[in-house]
Design a protein around this ligand. Structure first.
Ligand code: AMP
Ligand code: MG
Length: 368
């Protein structure tokens, strides 16, 4: 059994475990990570084994300051440094050409390395104390929702790792934004709390979006540049569907207040119907909605459906914070079908909807 240690108290022990080649789960502002010495191929192999993760899916290397990036890269593009200065410590992972000291085991066989400096005082102290870059993917079993609390890590990885550093629930709740700065054109590989608008502003030039983000993984002719994006991800055990209306989709959620209220009613009516049918078949059902619409589901809550309010759709960060916890709760409660409202892709909404679409396996029901 691993030890769970709260706050700063476990730092020396955690650093010692890393130096000896062991694994420590650590808190960040996005989700909990599973850390090992990024320069040790054996530690990286242990990470893949503990998570059950395919070994062609590279790990993110965590550092405690910009100076620690230099030994990890063969070249530090000026624009990459600009992004570090603007957003670190923070939820932004930057892909750059790797140096020889970073083993292919850590980069999934790629010549590039993903680096980030997380905004969490316990983890920054832990990285400094260990004196090593820390390879850390999310600390969940591969394919499951990422862990946003220490107990989620324990649930997935108990007995497979050496220690969990616990700093309470995370702030953001979805993984970091990933931007590829190794080529000519900066490219967004995974949306997160740092938005494409933030990146474009900081760089003063256009940022491309990897087509795989929109396609939701591999489809014909599209191969994601972040290998991890091709796997089924963030998935609850239940079959999940997103529900929206034709008008919301056509207008990209840019509708008048009257149209919005009408669409809310349409979505809720369809969800309430679907729930009723499933319950008649004896299935356990969950609904995901927001503060603005919770009142539309009183009919379902009179029955057995479990209703989870993520937060305010006008503040997507309030919703990213809850999403993975809610998906895990549905698993704990053995929910078999989930119906979730769809929201706008604007700003941080792009990260929220990216995770929700993946959790739903891109499954969408459209009300006419
Ligand atoms: P996780 O830390 O579990 O969120 O997973 C790390 C994510 O970063 C995965 O989606 C990886 O595919 C992606 N990633 C890590 N290194 C690279 C790289 N060198 N090039 C492209 N994507 C990467
Ligand atoms: Mg992950």
């Amino acid at each position: 059994m691993e030890t769970i240690v709260k706050g700063m108290e476990g730092i020396e022990q955690a650093a010692e475990i890393i130096r000896k080649g062991g694994l420590v789960a650590f808190p960040t502002e996005t989700v909990y990570g599973l850390g090992g010495n990024a320069l040790d191929p054996e530690a990286s192999r242990k990470i893949y084994a503990a998570k059950g993760r395919p070994s062609d899916n590279p790990l993110i290397v965590h550092v405690s300051c910009i100076d620690e990036v230099k030994p990890l890269v063969s070249e530090l593009p000026g624009d990459a440094e600009k992004l570090m200065e603007a957003f670190w410590p923070g939820p932004l992972t930057i892909i750059m050409p790797k140096s020889d000291i970073v083993p292919y085991e850590t980069t999934g066989g790629l010549d590039t390395v993903a680096v980030r400096c997380p905004e969490n005082r316990v983890t920054l102290a832990f990285i400094k104390e260990s004196g090593l870059p820390i390879a850390g993917p999310s600390a969940n079993t591969s394919g499951k929702p990422s862990p946003t609390e220490a107990m989620h890590v324990k649930h997935d990885l108990d007995g497979k790792i050496d220690m969990i550093l616990d700093d309470g629930p995370v702030g953001i709740g979805v993984e970091s934004t990933i931007i590829d700065m190794s080529g000519e054109v900066p490219t967004l590989l995974r949306p997160g709390a740092i938005t494409i608008e933030d990146l474009t502003d900081a760089l003063g030039r256009k940022v491309e979006i990897d087509p795989a983000i929109i396609a939701g993984g591999v489809s014909e002719g599209i191969h994601p540049k972040a290998p991890g994006m091709k796997y089924r991800h963030y998935a609850p055990n239940a079959r999940m569907s997103l529900v929206t209306t034709r008008l919301l989709k056509e207008k990209d959620y840019d509708v008048s207040l009257g149209e919005r209220l009408e669409a809310d009613k349409q979505v809720a009516a369809l969800i309430n119907d679907l729930v009723k049918n499933d319950e008649e078949e004896g299935l356990k059902v969950g609904i995901i909605c927001c503060e603005e619409t919770r009142g539309c589901y009183t009919e379902a809550s009179d029955k057995k459906a479990e209703i989870k309010v993520l937060g305010h759709r006008s503040e997507p960060l309030s919703m990213t914070h809850e999403l993975f916890r809610v998906l895990r709760e549905f698993d704990d409660d053995k929910v078999e079908r989930i119906y979730a409202e769809s929201y706008s892709d604007k700003g941080v909404g792009f990260a929220l909807m990216n995770r929700m679409r993946k959790a739903a396996g891109m499954n969408e029901i459209i009300a006419d």
